[in-house]
Design a protein around this ligand. Structure first.
Ligand code: FDA
Length: 321
């Protein structure tokens, strides 16, 4: 099957409850999930964070779970983040490394805290996000709002603007595959503004997104240029060796210092050698560590990105991984 079709099929499966039941109940080797997920609970996530930080990396922890359509569950997610932030502080992991972020911070999906609820969803997500930001500020940590599919972009950026009034260090995420993103980069490249630039992980229509790899990469470079030439703090989230190299070069060109004026971000379990290499070269490197029982949607997006990951997963499901 051509790679683009395969990616599209896996992303479609990531939204299917039927496939989720099938995959979740398959005797998947625990190692497959463990490779990409920091652990099943808060304690194991804090332990994973401690291990990474001990090797000179920084982390952003993400409690897995999205598309929450239940008020009680949304509230429970806020409680989980509050407890996580307390646990990180108690473990001594939230010390600041740059002027703008701590060694351990948290990433939050607004859909997990109520954004998708039909009545008042946006207001609920804002109130919940505010509670998480307050808990983070209390222990000296920071928060980044993950970005989800394009139907949520305006709402998420609106909530970000509101949060930044009281918590100016809240990080944004922009996705290079969206045609609108260069404009959003311009808007957000302001002093103190933490912006994670990624390619984008959802299945999006051609009307709003570039769908060819080359076009996404070219958009990424244009966005990089805008962020690196601006006054904000770019967070370069990619495993792509070419884009990592271009980012380092663009930073040098625009006079942004490695280690303090921008950072690289990579996902837990992906290119760990590159994570260490960048850190050894004086870069701040943040590893995104997802944790929790609801790993299905996250894992499927990772599998869609790379046929090699898919083969690894298929072998494991078949009991040969
Ligand atoms: P891509 O997947 O195109 O890979 C490019 C190249 O990288 C490959 O050709 C290969 O050379 C190398 N590579 C990739 N995976 C490898 C592997 N396993 N082993 C060895 N080499 C490998 N998305 C989103 O929509 N919203 C969000 O909030 C976030 N947040 C986020 C945070 C962080 C820290 C990261 C790193 C990523 C995200 N993403 C995201 C996901 C992002 O949008 C994207 O889907 C993935 O990062 C994959 O894209 P890459 O840029 O890594 O390139």
């Amino acid at each position: 099957m051509p790679p683009a079709l395969l990616r599209s099929a896996v992303l479609a499966a990531s939204r299917s409850a039927r496939v989720e039941r099938l995959v979740s109940s398959a005797p998947v080797s625990r190692d497959v999930v463990r490779r990409f997920v920091g652990g099943p609970d808060r304690t194991s996530a804090v332990a994973a964070a401690r291990e990474l930080i001990a090797t000179g990396l920084t982390v952003s922890l993400d409690h897995l779970g999205e598309d929450c359509t239940d008020r009680d569950r949304a509230r429970a997610v806020v409680t989980e983040y509050t407890e996580l932030l307390r646990a990180l502080a108690e473990a001594g992991l939230v010390e600041r490394v740059e002027p703008l972020a701590a060694r351990a911070e948290v990433s939050v999906k607004l859909s997990a805290i109520g954004q998708a609820l039909p009545v008042d969803g946006e207001k609920l997500a804002l109130d919940h996000a505010r509670a998480i930001c307050r808990a983070a500020a209390d222990v000296g940590a920071t928060v980044t709002l993950d970005m989800e599919d394009h139907t949520t972009t305006d709402s998420t950026l609106g909530i970000l603007r509101e949060l930044r009034v009281d918590f100016p260090d809240v990080g944004a995420v922009l996705q290079a595959y969206l045609r609108r993103t260069e404009g959003d980069c311009r808007d957000l490249a302001t002093a103190g503004s933490r912006v994670r630039l990624c390619k984008g992980a959802y299945r999006e229509p051609e009307s709003v997104a570039y769908t060819k790899r080359l076009d996404v990469d070219l958009s990424y470079v244009r966005c990089l240029n805008i962020l690196m030439s601006g006054a904000g703090y770019p967070m370069i989230a990619t495993h792509d060796p070419r884009l990592i190299e271009i980012a380092a070069e663009r930073a040098k060109f625009h006079g942004k210092s490695a280690g303090s004026e921008f950072e690289f971000q990579l996902l837990y379990g992906i290119r760990p050698d590159e994570q260490r290499r960048l850190a050894e070269n004086q870069h701040t490197v943040r590893v995104y560590v997802p944790y929790g029982a609801q790993w299905y949607g996250y894992l499927m997006r990772r599998l869609a990105e790379r046929p090699a990951n898919l083969a690894f997963f298929a072998r494991a499901v078949a009991g040969r991984g």
